[in-house]
Design a protein around this ligand. Structure first.
Ligand SMILES: [Zn+2]
Length: 192
């Protein structure tokens, strides 16, 4: 089990290529992304993100498959009244992964050898998935949020009309039938 507070896996056992090497490495836990990661994606979180990852040896020398999920609660603003709305987000994913020794962090190589697939490239056996998982949560967010389907929004003075519905503008009156210039006709009894 990985320590809570981080989202890292040590894949060195997968890279050994010895007969007894494991076929996959798994981990799960909770982590809170660093402030700069949240800021980069404009995210506010209600609590830590829950993650689960498995890296599977795909049979090639340095080819792997990453399978996992991440979930959490993101705080968004209601698009009408601007109050905070807890928005649950959950996503699961599968990515091809390749090991290319370097000093670089985990990153997507969109021009990889996998054709149209996005290839995740890691440079060292100790892989930090924090930025990747944070990005996936940001991508999964809905574009806007509503605090409730019938949110009344704000008045022109900025008052939350859900808290003060009496300030909401009166619904426009539908023109009454008896405002018709011929309204008087209905009283004529033609059978008389
Ligand atoms: Zn609202």
């Amino acid at each position: 089990m990985q320590s809570s507070g981080s989202a890292t896996l040590n894949l060195s056992s997968l890279l050994q290529h010895s007969p007894g090497a494991p076929l996959d490495v798994s981990g799960e836990g909770l982590f809170t992304p660093a402030p700069e990661l949240l800021e980069a994606d404009g995210l506010r979180l209600e609590g830590p993100l829950r993650w689960r990852l498995t890296v599977i040896n795909a049979g090639g020398d340095d080819d792997f498959v990453l399978e996992g999920s991440v979930e959490g609660t993101v705080v968004m603003e209601c698009r009408r009244c601007l109050i905070d709305v807890d928005t649950p987000v959950k996503t699961s994913f599968v990515y091809p992964m390749a090991y290319r020794p370097s000093d670089l962090p985990l990153m997507l190589d969109e021009d990889g050898e996998e054709g149209d697939d996005e290839l995740l490239v890691f440079g060292s056996p100790q892989v930090d998935f924090s930025a990747f998982l944070t990005e996936l949560v940001a991508i999964e967010l809905p574009i806007t949020a509503l605090c409730r389907p019938d949110c009344l929004g704000l008045s022109e003075e900025g008052v939350n009309l859900n808290e003060h519905p009496e300030l909401a503008p009166e619904p426009k009156h539908v023109k009454q039938v008896d405002e018709s210039p011929f309204a008087g006709l209905k009283d004529i009894d033609i059978s008389a």
